[in-house]
Design a protein around this ligand. Structure first.
Ligand code: SF4
Length: 347
């Protein structure tokens, strides 16, 4: 059961800071009890069953309980960019995304403000929100926190960043991340069986859709889990640990049915921090190689993917393009091709 009193002595996530966020005290996530949002966009960069034709209605929440040293969204996740909204304005944003034909509402990095998101989603549903809701997080979340979202969220998009406690300790100061993350993802898989709907064919004159899907059948996810893993350059042995676990616990069950989709991301893109920031982050970034993945590594990842033979897999092609990194100072933080902003914190 979610309510605002949970901010009073905050144990909403495994950090267990115990601070009174209602009185403005800050814990690891550095957010008070206010729900703050940086931007809401129609986004075309998610996995095909989430993006589908209309794009995913992403709501980027300010703050984060993990604070990865390499975060591409650090302006909002770590530097506090965003504006406070109440549950009515949160519902307004959801409904506006629905009106703009978003396929779903996609809440990005909300683990530290679950009671407020629950209040906003409940308000939005009362006011007519019908499209599926996605929970897009690092999955550094307790089962009690996930249970607050049960019944409100249809699709879970958890990261499995690493199962190596030395890396999780260095990069986001959470040596317990592997054990917490595995439990959270198992809970999600048990609560959201895969369910898709076949969407109308793309040869009906929508040129953008034809370009994206090449005339293939499009499946829209109605329920389920997509576990995402970003390969860290120089740490391919850690990727193997993750794929091992996913093969055993997230691929097919005893009856041969897929339990979850797996999404392997090869586009680690080094953020160009200024010198002071870079010096501060250096010890954490030195645990792997803060650069684009090279072709040899990409070939090795391709081979791993082939070896594991997941039944439902998405993966990214190798790219040297760094233009997609967002700047949340801009009304349009991503490229026009990737997203369309419908709400921005500066408005
Ligand atoms: S939500 Fe924030 S304040 Fe609460 S326990 Fe987690 S990091 Fe600490």
């Amino acid at each position: 059961m979610a309510n605002q009193s949970q901010y009073k002595s905050c144990t909403l996530c495994p950090r267990n800071c115990g601070v009174n966020r209602l009185e403005g005290e800050l814990g690891f996530c550095r957010e008070t009890a206010d729900l703050r949002i940086a931007t809401a966009t129609i986004h075309f960069g998610e996995e095909p069953p989430v993006t589908v034709l209309g794009g995913s209605g992403t709501i980027f929440i300010t703050g984060c309980n993990l604070r990865c040293a390499f975060c591409q969204n650090y302006q909002i996740s770590q530097n506090g960019m965003g504006r406070t909204v109440d549950s009515d304005e949160f519902a307004d944003i959801c409904l506006r995304l629905q009106d703009e034909k978003a396929e779903n509402i996609n809440i990005v990095t909300g683990s530290h403000v679950i009671p407020s998101v629950v209040a906003g989603l409940e308000r939005a549903k009362i006011r007519g929100l019908k499209i599926p809701v996605c929970w897009n997080s690092s999955a550094y979340e307790t089962i009690e926190a996930l249970e607050m979202l049960d019944g409100l969220v249809d699709i879970w998009l958890p990261d499995m960043k690493t199962l190596n406690p030395l890396i999780s300790d260095s990069v986001f100061k959470a040596p317990d991340y592997p054990s917490v993350n595995k439990k959270a993802i198992r809970w999600m898989i048990n609560h959201a069986p895969l369910k898709f709907e076949t969407v109308a064919d793309v040869t009906s004159g929508d040129i953008a859709a034809e370009k994206r899907f090449g005339g293939q059948t499009i499946e829209k996810m109605l329920s389920g889990v997509i576990v995402r893993h970003l390969v860290l350059p120089g740490r391919l042995e850690d990727t193997r640990l993750v794929l091992d676990w996913l093969k055993k616990h997230a691929d097919v069950d005893d009856s041969g049915r897929a339990r979850a989709c797996i999404s392997i991301m090869s586009q680690y893109t080094p953020v160009k921090f200024d010198e002071t920031e870079m010096n501060r982050r250096k010890p954490a970034l030195d645990c792997f190689q803060h650069r684009l993945m090279n072709e040899n590594e990409f070939d090795a990842v391709q081979q791993m993917i082939a070896d594991y033979d997941f039944s439902y897999l998405f993966y990214q092609e190798l790219t040297e393009d760094t233009d997609w990194l967002p700047d949340f100072n801009n009304f349009q933080p991503f490229s026009n091709e990737l997203s369309r902003t419908i709400w921005h914190w500066r408005q």
